[in-house]
Design a protein around this ligand. Sequence first.
Ligand SMILES: Cc1cc2nc3c(=O)[nH]c(=O)nc-3n(C[C@H](O)[C@H](O)[C@H](O)COP(=O)(O)OP(=O)(O)OC[C@H]3O[C@@H](n4cnc5c(N)ncnc54)[C@H](O)[C@@H]3O)c2cc1C
Length: 237
Amino acid sequence: MTMTEEKLLTWRIAQVVDESPTVRSLYLRPQGARPSFVAGQYLTVQIRGLDPVEGKSYSVASAPHEELVRISVKAIGSFSHALRSMHVGDELITTPPYGFFHPEPDDEGALVCIAGGIGITPIHSIVADLAERKDVRPLRVCYSVQTEQELVFFDKLLESVARHPDAHLKTFITRQDTVAAPHAQGRMRADDVLGFVPEVATAQFFVCGSSQFTRDLWQTLRTAGLRPEQIYTEGFF
Ligand SMILES: Cc1cc2nc3c(=O)[nH]c(=O)nc-3n(C[C@H](O)[C@H](O)[C@H](O)COP(=O)(O)OP(=O)(O)OC[C@H]3O[C@@H](n4cnc5c(N)ncnc54)[C@H](O)[C@@H]3O)c2cc1C
């Protein structure tokens, strides 16, 4: 993806934190005015000097009220490895935040956030934002990873959920022989999700993860009777 020069933002990396053996967070400080964003949006990032010049998208994992903007990068291929090898003080170029994967403040009904693996990044931002804004809509979060080691942001999610008057978090570990409570073992099924959603007919579902994960969940939710307009997806590719 090429990025239009006049719209680009410059950031400096203020902090680097390893969330797990494969996920590293970069905390970004804007050089100039801090752009506003809506929880759930993403930045397309360019690394100067990387050949070929390309941009890849990363959801903002922090909430809009936080001072620094955080992106959390899973080690996959060449771009994510280059991004993860950047240091505090390095400069990063991005587009402004954009995207439509976010609940509208005025909508009614429960919000159901479903994340697979690193797809937790925009969900983490959304959940923290709802807690900060004291949004009282019922909130349900389902988060699936292959092994417990990959369960990033778990404590932060628990904190946000505890600040909300009607929120619950369920976690699923799919590829581990033994799994300790509170996590469930195995893939999440439609019943696992819908069983703890009040008034499924009016709820909105936000599903994020790999293209395969979002496709599977969309199909699962449709088969369970949900209408397409209730389901929002963000597939990482
Ligand atoms: C809107 C949006 C938001 C995104 N947000 C994030 C984010 O917050 N954090 C993040 O780490 N990535 C995120 N991604 C994915 C990111 O843009 C890159 O695709 C990813 O970092 C891999 O790029 P790469 O060049 O390192 O690997 P590539 O060389 O492009 O990928 C190598 C192979 O891995 C596959 N692959 C890519 N992503 C995954 C994955 N998550 N799980 C399994 N296989 C995968 C690719 O299909 C490819 O076959 C997002 C993507 C989109 C479209």
